[in-house]
Ligand binder design. Structure first.
Ligand SMILES: Cc1ncc(COP(=O)(O)O)c(C=O)c1O
Length: 362
């Protein structure tokens, strides 16, 4: 059987969740598990997150998957519902909605009675400068007052556009608008922190924090490693060597013959490729980790295979290769490929087998 595996380290996931508790002890934690728990797998990851206060997902289908697995936690649909029919299903399954445009408010009103009777909170989104979703400053106070008068329990929410860049001028504008709306709508619950904001602004944790990437042990910052943030990588993406070749000086390797050996080299062929979600970027120099040694990826990444230089290493067919994990951080692979850890994790294909595993530190 082809060895292409994704191991989910439950101890690491719990460690990172505890890190959130340490950093935001007074807030409830809405663990963001959208996009299949950032590529880690909902069913493989949720057992380690069961002590969270709530989950956050992008759509009804993701929420229903969690309910089908038997989790009774509050779940927030962070983009709300996409039609009135979905509102009915949301209430039935005890799902909390974000409202960010007028039509969603109408749909909410149509389901007002059961929504309130089930004790569901409604998350009202402020567009404070991100300009993706949310009501404008000049509208939202009236909207919240009307919802409160109707008996809804509201959470004022927003999302930072630049939480990873502390001194970005938009941050202060977003914070000011949020605080002004909050002050005009008291008493009201509030939530504005994703992973980066949670680190940056302890004074803005309020009632709910919404960590995503930090739970999975990747960094929300380009200039701070997970080690510096005291987080542990959760995913190990690994494959195995399936062939070994000696390539002579002057011979090329792989599609397009983009790499020509200048001296004799030992090459391992590893059964992983872009069909699994390993990045194929033209300008990048990728490395994998074999026996804790960084090894260069040579030539083009194919759909199912990569070539890796293993000159001087004692490897055989079957030797395990870490594409990313505890030795080769996903953030470093992302940086080398001009992207972010979030993207590499989320775009893994369904081909590698996801497994829960307790991996002890090496
Ligand atoms: C509304 C909202 N809150 C929180 C998060 C979590 O962000 P992060 O993964 O950066 O912690 C996201 C992710 O995109 C989001 O859309």
């Amino acid at each position: 059987m082809r060895q292409a595996n994704i191991y989910i380290d439950h101890q690491a996931l719990q460690y990172n969740l505890n890190r959130v508790r340490q950093l935001a002890p007074a807030a409830e934690i809405v663990s963001m598990v959208k996009a299949n728990a950032y590529g880690h797998g909902i069913s493989e990851s949720l057992p380690a997150l069961s002590s969270t206060d709530a989950f956050g997902v992008a759509c009804l289908e993701e929420a229903l998957q969690i309910r089908e697995l038997g989790y009774k936690h509050p779940i927030t649909l962070v983009e709300g519902v996409f039609s009135e029919d979905e509102m009915y299903v949301a209430v039935r399954h005890q799902l909390e909605v974000v409202v960010h445009h007028w039509q969603q408010l109408e749909w909410l009103q149509q389901h007002k009675q059961p929504y309130i009777a089930k004790g569901l909170k409604v998350w009202v989104k402020l567009n404070s400068g991100m300009n993706r979703l949310g009501f404008r400053f000049q509208d939202i106070i009236d909207i919240i007052h009307a919802l409160q008068a109707d008996g809804f329990n509201c959470v004022l929410t927003m999302h930072f556009a630049n939480a990873d860049v502390r001194d970005h001028p938009l941050n202060q504008q977003q914070i000011n608008e949020f605080l002004q709306v909050k002050a005009s709508c008291e008493p009201i619950l509030a939530s504005c922190c994703n992973s980066a904001a949670l680190f940056q602004w302890p004074e803005l944790h309020f009632d709910f924090v919404r960590p995503g990437i930090m739970l999975y042990g990747a960094s929300p910052f380009a200039d701070q490693s997970v080690t510096a943030l005291d987080l542990k990588p959760v995913m190990t993406f690994s494959a195995a060597i399936i062939a070994l070749n000696t390539v002579q000086a002057g011979e090329s390797i792989g599609y397009g013959s983009t790499f020509t050996a200048t001296q004799d080299m030992e090459i391992a062929i590893v059964s992983i490729g872009y069909g699994d979600g390993y990045p194929r970027t033209f300008f990048s120099q990728n490395y994998v980790s074999i026996q804790n040694q960084p090894c260069r990826v040579i030539g083009r990444v194919s759909m199912d295979m990569i070539a890796v230089e293993v000159t001087g290493l004692n490897v055989t067919a079957g030797t395990s290769v870490e594409l990313w994990g505890k030795n080769r951080l996903v953030d470093d692979v992302a940086m080398a490929n001009g992207t972010i850890g979030y993207e590499l994790l989320c775009r893994l294909s369904s081909r590698p087998v996801r497994q829960q595993q307790l991996i002890t530190d090496q």
